[in-house]
Design a protein. Structure first.
Length: 383
């Protein structure tokens, strides 16, 4: 073999070893949960008593989990102040003078709708009720995405015989939850028992149902499968480390979670990649159109309200609405709180830390959401 060829091979091998060493060292430095599959820790924590406790507390074979009542609890918000949460027998968060039988507006959504970190009368559904002088049903549930919120409306709408408007509230970040089948895949610190319905291929993929709750062995099987098939799946970290690192950098998690945050620091709207994703967009359009069809059949006006997470993105939802108006059911009324002039975004949340929003909206923030929705309903003839 010619010496030149041998030298070239040796050089190539040396470069590959250096590249592999660099990838290995990089894999030790980065956040493992953010870059690589972290199922081992999640599966190791799963056990029968905790599964039983989760089911007892709120596990639901359709929604994944649900609020149950009647109940009253007190929790400290992120500023250390105690806040009271009151729920009726339907799991709706109630407030002064709420009357379910007279409710004409039903709102579904996540913890922003539930009103996390403020008292009962300070949630935006409660403040909307005060503005419009009509009972508003708050069926928000912490951790929900649009898929669960829509299914929750299907489950609860019959409780409100006088309802004539339904509001599906979608906080910008909720789009990530919409395509997520098992919360720990997306959020490594989430509850370990939160399997959930999700969107894929323009269809609602249901929660595994009672089969997943039959026992810990069955639950682990579904959880393990989710780590392989979820939109947010990540590669395992192992040899060859170069391949693992390249796969991690090509994952949806890196692209939509890590890369977007990096762009945010350059002044780019935080969720611009999420709202531009064809797969996420098509699933969202399909879900909203299904929601419009269901609400119309039930005789209620379907309204969708996008809610910014914070000041780092007040544009992406508006651009989505404009770009996809022809694809959305014309019976839908679609609005974006970011379009409400005069919001002081520095006051919108209880506290901000470099845009990571470790707190929910302040009473002021929830008031702005309520005022926007009230005006939007009136301006569009829905109220």
């Amino acid at each position: 073999m010619p010496k030149k060829l041998v030298l070239s091979l040796i050089t190539l091998c040396f470069m590959l070893v250096l590249l592999e060493a660099f990838a290995f060292l990089t894999s030790l430095v980065v956040d493992q949960d953010d870059f690589f599959d972290h199922r081992a820790g999640v599966l190791a924590r799963l056990n029968a008593p905790d599964l039983a406790a989760f089911i007892e507390k709120g596990g639901d074979p359709v929604l994944g989990w649900d609020s149950r009542g009647p109940a009253v609890r007190t929790e400290e918000n992120c500023q250390g102040s105690a806040r009271t949460y009151t729920y009726n027998e339907a799991g709706a968060r109630i407030y002064t003078a709420f009357d379910a039988q007279k409710a004409e507006i039903v709102i579904v959504g996540d913890s922003y709708t539930n009103g996390d970190e403020v008292d009962d009368d300070e949630t935006y559904p409660a403040q909307l009720a005060s503005i419009l002088n009509v009972p508003v049903a708050n069926q928000g549930v912490g951790g929900y995405g649009p898929t669960q919120a829509f299914l929750n409306l299907k489950k609860k709408i019959g409780l409100y015989p006088r309802a004539r408007v339904a509001v599906l509230a979608v906080m910008y970040e909720n789009l990530h939850r919409m395509v997520n089948a098992y919360r720990p895949v997306l959020y490594s610190t989430s509850s370990d028992y939160t399997l959930k319905p999700f969107m894929a291929g323009g269809q609602i993929r249901p929660h595994p149902g009672e089969q997943a709750f039959a026992g810990i062995v069955d639950f682990k099987r579904y959880a393990n499968s989710a780590f392989d098939t979820d939109f947010w799946s990540k590669p395992e970290n192992g040899f060859p480390y170069t391949v693992s690192l390249i796969k991690a950098l090509g994952s949806n998690y890196f692209y939509f979670r890590k890369l977007q945050k990096a762009f945010r620091k350059l002044g780019v709207p935080e969720y611009f990649l999420t709202f531009r994703s064809r797969e996420i967009r098509d699933n969202l359009v399909s879900l909203l159109n299904s929601y419009a069809e269901f609400a119309t059949q039930r005789g209620v006006k379907p309204v969708v309200i996008f809610i910014p997470r914070n000041r780092y993105d007040t544009q992406s939802a508006g651009r989505f609405i404009e770009a996809n108006s022809r694809s959305l059911d014309d019976r839908l009324l679609v609005g974006d709180v970011a379009g409400f002039a005069g919001i002081d975004w520095n006051r919108f949340n209880l506290r901000e830390t470099e845009g990571d929003n470790i707190c929910h909206p302040s009473p002021y923030g929830y008031r702005m959401i309520a005022e926007y929705i009230a005006g939007f309903l009136k301006d569009n003839g829905a109220w």
